[in-house]
Design a protein around this ligand. Structure first.
Ligand SMILES: CC(C)(COP(=O)(O)OP(=O)(O)OC[C@H]1O[C@@H](n2cnc3c(N)ncnc32)[C@H](O)[C@@H]1OP(=O)(O)O)[C@@H](O)C(=O)NCCC(=O)NCCS
Length: 176
């Protein structure tokens, strides 16, 4: 397994096909996926892993598995994927955590590590998070990751907030 990042409590590593059972406990949970069109079924979980393995190959980054150092168990995902926003491809930090592990700051810890990775290893100028307005916990994670609300956009017919953090001040960024 390829380790990408380490934080005080977490390891972020590349997914492997054998993660399907553990990931199913995360992204097949209807409560966890309430802001998505639907929870993933088993085929969806396997496709999700395959898609990220392809991203590692093609982009050298993607959504990574979060392992708890204390127990070794996989408790969710966090990572960077390219997402098109208003016709522009932008690197997005995303995260999903198993429900029994919410509220302990794990998503914030993982997201901050991904932000630093994006700026120092990928050399990107901006990192975004796309979040449904009703998803207050996710907005809080984005804010604690140094992001602020940039703009709104439409995805799959649904309003999404675009949170962003720039490597330099926003006024220096060519997007604005
Ligand atoms: C979003 C998510 C990853 C957050 O994970 P987490 O590890 O619990 O997040 P953290 O503990 O780091 O921080 C959560 C913040 O939201 C707050 N929060 C948690 N649950 C909340 C709720 N139901 N309503 C309002 N705020 C909430 C926490 O208090 C914390 O903020 P604070 O400590 O500054 O007060 C997790 O809730 C999740 O997996 N949600 C479902 C998947 C999802 O929506 N992913 C994001 C898609 S954009």
């Amino acid at each position: 397994m390829k380790v990408i990042l380490e934080t005080p409590r977490l390891i972020l590593r590349e997914f492997i096909p054998e993660d399907a059972d553990g990931l199913e406990r995360v992204i097949s949970d209807p409560e966890t996926m309430r802001y998505y069109p639907a929870p993933y079924d088993r085929t969806g979980v396997e496709d999700w892993i395959a898609r990220n393995l392809a991203r590692y190959e093609h982009d050298s980054y993607g959504l990574w598995a979060i392992d708890l150092k204390s127990s070794g168990e996989m408790i969710g995902d966090c990572g960077i994927t390219e997402q098109e926003v208003d016709g522009e491809p932008l690197p997005e930090i995303g995260y999903h955590l198993r429900r029994d592990k919410w509220g302990r700051g794990y998503a914030t810890e993982a997201a901050r590590a991904c932000r630093d990775y994006g700026f120092t290893r990928m050399n990107v100028d901006v990192l975004i998070s796309l979040i449904r307005p009703e998803n207050v916990p996710s907005c809080r994670v984005a804010e604690r990751n140094g992001m602020s609300l940039w703009k709104e956009t439409d995805r799959m017919g649904l309003k999404h907030l675009v949170y962003a953090v720039w490597r330099h001040e926003p006024s220096h960024h060519p997007l604005l």
